[in-house]
Design a protein around this ligand. Structure first.
Ligand code: SDX
Length: 378
């Protein structure tokens, strides 16, 4: 809780004052003025790209969105019909390491660059494929004439029409949500990435480990847990009773609290504003009123105030995803798609710092030397 596990120059978080900056740029400015692909470049290279750099970067990503046909036909279709898309995604990322054995040459910058492009480019395709498979819809190939967020929405939502055109407000909201989820310094999944990558394994295997950590309900799985919680509460009238049960120790207020933020998570504020823009298009998510009611009661209650529990990035994001038509199981997947930019940025930073293999110390509290006891004497 207090020992720094790494030195990093990628993301700065001031938990007491609710500040989040990527390479020094405030998240509020990036969400309003940048794009996810530009932010991914910034996280990786430390500077915003010039026009030429951005054009080359976007072109490389755009032309690496396809996955091997075997991956689609044999691997993905090997899952049970109702497999959770996050379980599919974790497995699919690991499986990518078997298609690109050259990725093991992790100290070759050119090889690293190629895998980074593949990971950022293929995450939306794998995520969409996992979703389509889990709802029994046919796989949709990437459409390189779309920009990054539009292509993702097309692969998720397209039906028989020849070309899918998402509402521009939803495309903008998707891109902003990707920016907000791209990195967050040494969170559980990024820390997992650094530990696994420190063994010098390929980046696909390390990102699969990170994605597995993100799956947990205390981390990226919280956005799914929030919607299940709001659905269970059901009406505004049930909010006081639910708050009471949490205070009595029965379960947690999902989407609240954070190891670092002891103030409002700046991302939660931005996401709440995005929610209103999305609801203009999709119609208001009825669970929003319950979420707002929960927030109002919790922020006035000593139990939450004394523990500095505020809404975090996961409290409102699920309301948007649900209004956009994503099933609840897809919510942690939507977190993982952009977080890969942070994972690969930390991977490169760690390799360039020549990090040793992770091997934490322990305080041994068990028995010391004692002699074996035969079964008859136990
Ligand atoms: C993310 O680290 C990151 O940066 C993560 C993330 C990222 O971008 O990568 O920001 C994304 O994971 C956001 C967090 C999403 N998780 C949730 O919303 C799940 C609900 N929240 C928690 O379970 C909890 O707040 C954590 C896991 C987020 C933080 O846990 P900590 O820091 O270990 O805090 P704790 O469990 O020690 O809690 C301190 C106290 C305890 O009470 P006491 O034992 O002191 O009486 O606060 C209570 C907890 O019981 N508490 C809660 C609570 N969270 C903490 N009580 C009710 N509801 C909650 N949500």
């Amino acid at each position: 809780m207090t020992t720094a596990a790494a030195e990093s120059a990628i993301t700065f978080v001031d938990g007491d004052n609710g500040i989040l900056e990527y390479r020094g740029y405030p998240i509020e400015q990036l969400t309003k003025r940048s794009t996810y692909l530009e932010v991914a470049y910034l996280l990786l290279h430390g500077e915003l790209p010039t026009t030429d750099q951005a054009d080359k970067w976007v072109q490389e990503i755009t032309y690496h969105t396809f996955i091997h046909e075997n991956m689609r036909k044999r691997f993905l279709e090997g899952f049970h019909y109702d497999a959770h898309p996050m379980g599919i995604l974790v497995s699919a990322i690991a499986a990518l390491s078997t298609y690109y054995p050259d990725a093991k040459n992790i100290f070759d910058p050119e090889v690293r660059h190629k895998q980074i492009i593949r990971l950022i480019a293929k995450m939306p395709t794998l995520a969409a494929a996992a979703h389509r498979y889990s709802v029994g819809m046919p796989f949709v190939y990437p459409d390189n004439s779309h920009d990054f967020p539009s292509n993702f929405l097309s692969m998720v939502l397209k039906t028989p029409e020849s070309r899918f055109e998402a509402n521009p407000a939803l495309v903008r909201a998707m891109d902003a949500l990707f920016i907000l989820h791209a990195d967050h310094e040494q969170n559980c999944s990024t820390a997992a990435l650094r530990v696994v990558a420190s063994s010098q394994v390929d980046p696909y295997s390390a990102c699969a480990a990170a994605c597995a950590a993100l799956y947990g309900p205390l981390h990226g799985g919280a956005n799914e847990a929030v919607i299940r919680m709001l659905t269970e509460i059901g009406t505004l009238e049930n909010v006081p009773g639910f708050i009471r049960s949490v205070k009595e120790g029965h379960g947690r207020l999902q989407g609240f609290g954070h190891r670092v933020y002891k103030n409002y998570d700046p991302r939660a504020k931005i996401i709440r504003d995005i929610a209103y823009e999305v609801f203009e298009v999709t119609g208001k998510n009825p669970l929003l009123d319950i979420a707002l009611g929960l927030e109002e009661v919790a922020l006035a209650d000593e139990y939450f105030v004394s523990r500095k529990l505020y809404p975090n990035v996961d409290f409102y994001s699920g309301l948007i995803y649900q209004a956009m038509g994503f099933p609840v199981e897809m919510f942690p997947v939507l977190f993982a798609v952009p977080r890969v930019a942070g994972w690969v940025a930390h991977w490169v930073e760690m390799l360039e710092h020549n990090t040793k293999i992770a091997r934490p110390r322990q305080l041994y509290v068990g028995h010391r030397r004692r002699d074996y006891v035969p079964m008859s004497s136990r």
